[in-house]
Design a protein around this ligand. Sequence first.
Ligand SMILES: Nc1ncnc2c1ncn2[C@@H]1O[C@H](COP(=O)(O)OP(=O)(O)OP(=O)(O)O)[C@@H](O)[C@H]1O
Length: 267
Amino acid sequence: MQFESISVAHLSHRFTAGGAQQGTNALADVSCSFPAGRISAIVGPSGCGKSTLLLILRGLLTPSRGEVGFRYASGTGASVNGKAPRMATVWQSFNLLPWRTVLDNVAFGLELEGVGKAERRERALQAIRSVELSGFEKHYPNQLSGGMRQRVGLARGLVMSPDIMFLDEPFGALDAQTRLYLQEQLAAVVERSGKTIVLVTHSIEEAIFLADHVLVMTARPGRIAARFDVDLPRPRAMEIQNDHRFGELFTSIYGLLREEVKKSMLN
Ligand SMILES: Nc1ncnc2c1ncn2[C@@H]1O[C@H](COP(=O)(O)OP(=O)(O)OP(=O)(O)O)[C@@H](O)[C@H]1O
C-alpha cells in the first residue's frame, strides 16, 4: 500500500508534571495533515508545543486527546489507516556519540537494527557521500565544525531509509552563513529523496525556502492558526528569496506570527 499522509485529528496534550493543578496545556485541538513526499514546515512562538507535536507524531508521547493516523491508498482507491512507516529524527543538538567516528556514528542506527557489517558500511558511506562529507569518515565529532556535525546528524537520519524524516530546529545552533549553506544543501537532498519531511523551525525564511506548505501555530496552548501553500518552483536556491511571492508569504506569515509571539510573551 502506498503511504499517503500523516493525519492529525483533534490532538490535545496536557503535561501534568507538578500535579493536575499546575499542569501545562501544550496543545489544544490540533488538526492537520502532512502529505507524503512533501516538505511541511511548522512555525510558531517559543513554547507553543511544536516539539510536543513532533514527539506525538513520532509515537514517543501519548497525547491526552486526539489521534494520529498514517493513511495509505488501498487497492480500491480508498484511504485507510495503517501502521507507522519508517521514521527518523534529526535534532538540533546533533546527538552524536563523541567516542565514535563519523562512519560509526552514521552506522549506529543500522547496528541497533542488526544490519550486517558490510551492508552497514556500504549504506553509511553512501549517506556520508549524500551530505558531502566523504573523506571525513574516520574523524571524530570533536574534529568537525558545527555545520559538519549537523550534516553527520542528517546522514544518520538518511541512512535509515526512513519514509518520514522529522527535523526539529536542525540548523538552530549554527551561524548564519553555515545555516544558509546547509539549507541549500538540505533542499537539494530532500528534493532528490522524495521523502516526507516535517520541519520545525523558528525561521520563517527557512520554512518558506524549504517547504511545500507552512503551518503557523498559535501561542500556547498551540493550535493551527493558518496553513500557507508555498507555490515556488523547485529546485530552490537562495536567490528565490528575491521572488515577490517569497516576500508576500513572508509578510503574511510574519504578520500572523508577530501577534502570537506577543501573546506568548504575556503567557
Ligand atoms: N516534559 C514536560 N513536562 C512539563 N511541561 C513540558 C514538558 N515538555 C514541554 N513542556 C511544556 O509544554 C509547552 C510546550 O513545549 P514545547 O517544547 O513543545 O514547545 P516548542 O514550541 O517546541 O518550544 P521552543 O520553540 O521554545 O522549542 C512549554 O510550555 C513547555 O514548558
